[in-house]
Design a protein around this ligand. Structure first.
Ligand SMILES: Nc1ncnc2c1ncn2[C@@H]1O[C@H](COP(=O)(O)OP(=O)(O)OP(=O)(O)O)[C@@H](O)[C@H]1O
Ligand SMILES: [Mg+2]
Length: 309
């Protein structure tokens, strides 16, 4: 057990791992190393106490065998407290207490009680979101994140990252460098608008047939329809190239509320605020939702589809 050689020891339970550590520790003392300069760490306080006890016992037993060991035992026995086996937490705590400035922590820091941790996490999340909201006023990529995820999901995401903080920054870096580098607010709006427009234009019969099939006499639907028309066919070329972000967000929210439930699943019937009587004709009025009417439109022939022909 030459202590100048590094050893990684992996072995099953009860095969002598602690014994090897104890031997190496004792051999370091024999080589003249001061116990204050030996770091021995283990996971639990129980294991640390066991290891310390075994080291002391080994030293005492050796003292009975050779005069050198007996002399060493006499030197050490009044300062056995210097043989310190730490748990990992205790060792880290000592390090931080000794070098708070280097570690960038408050020198008067304390270790949080487990019951305090949830409250501290909530406080940090509040604080982080407050800072992010302030930043979002100046930095559009952060505003975009709020718009895309919403505050509740952003908070849940931050909480998950905090939970995995040891690995989170490396993973985040990998994900963010893999993402599109050039995604600005203008581009995100343009792409979003194009994709929605593409989907709506591709509906059987096109956009007008689709919109004409809804509760067209309802004022709220009229707002939605005009939103959608503007979204799909912007008035000016400029608007198409760079849609106004908040107007677009409003339109998308209304569109989403029409097609999807709050939980995000596709609606089986029109939202409750659109009673059937607001449809263009009575036959259509019985069709209750966007998805059902869309299905019906796909399954009928053009000649019998519209009451107007
Ligand atoms: N080379 C050895 N010769 C004789 N007995 C040994 C030897 N190595 C270990 N032992 C004995 O085997 C038992 C288990 O050893 P030890 O505690 O070092 O194992 P361990 O691998 O640390 O176990 P655990 O996985 O439970 O921590 C102890 O009673 C120890 O005295
Ligand atoms: Mg052991």
């Amino acid at each position: 057990m030459d202590p100048t050689q590094n050893v990684v020891l992996e072995a099953s339970a009860g095969t002598g791992k602690t014994r090897v550590l104890v031997d190496r520790y004792v051999n370091l003392l024999r080589a003249g190393v001061d116990p204050r300069n030996i770091l021995a760490m283990t996971f639990t306080r129980k294991a640390a106490a066991e290891m310390r006890e075994r080291i002391v016992r080994a030293l005492r037993e050796a003292a009975e065998r050779t005069p050198e060991d007996a002399a060493r035992w006499r030197q050490l026995r009044d300062r056995l407290n210097e043989i310190a086996i730490s748990t990992i937490d205790a060792f880290c705590l000592t390090l931080l207490r000794e070098f708070p400035l280097e570690a960038d922590v408050d020198p008067a820091f304390d270790v949080a009680d487990e019951t305090e941790v949830p409250r501290l996490v909530e406080e940090s999340l509040d604080q982080a979101l407050r800072s992010c909201r302030a930043l979002a006023r100046e930095r559009e990529e952060i505003a975009l994140l709020f718009a895309q995820l919403g505050e509740a999901r952003l908070r849940a995401g931050l909480a998950a990252l905090l939970e995995r903080r040891v690995v989170a920054s490396a993973v985040l870096r990998r994900v963010t460098t893999a993402g599109p580098r050039d995604l600005t607010l203008v581009q995100a709006c343009r792409r979003g608008r194009e994709r929605i427009a593409g989907a709506l234009e591709a509906l059987p019969g096109g956009l007008d047939a689709f919109l004409g099939d809804g509760p067209v006499h309802h004022p709220r639907y009229q707002v939605l329809a005009s939103d959608i028309r503007r979204l799909v066919r912007p008035a000016s070329g400029e608007d198409a190239a760079a849609p106004d972000a908040s107007a677009l967000k409003g339109a998308i929210d209304r569109l989403r509320a029409y097609f999807f439930t709050k939980a995000g699943t596709p609606r089986k019937r029109a939202p409750n605020e659109y009673p059937a009587g607001f449809h263009a004709d009575r036959r259509r009025a019985r069709a209750t939702g966007p998805s059902r009417s869309a299905r019906r439109r796909r399954s009928t022939t053009p000649s019998c589809r519209s009451g107007a022909t």
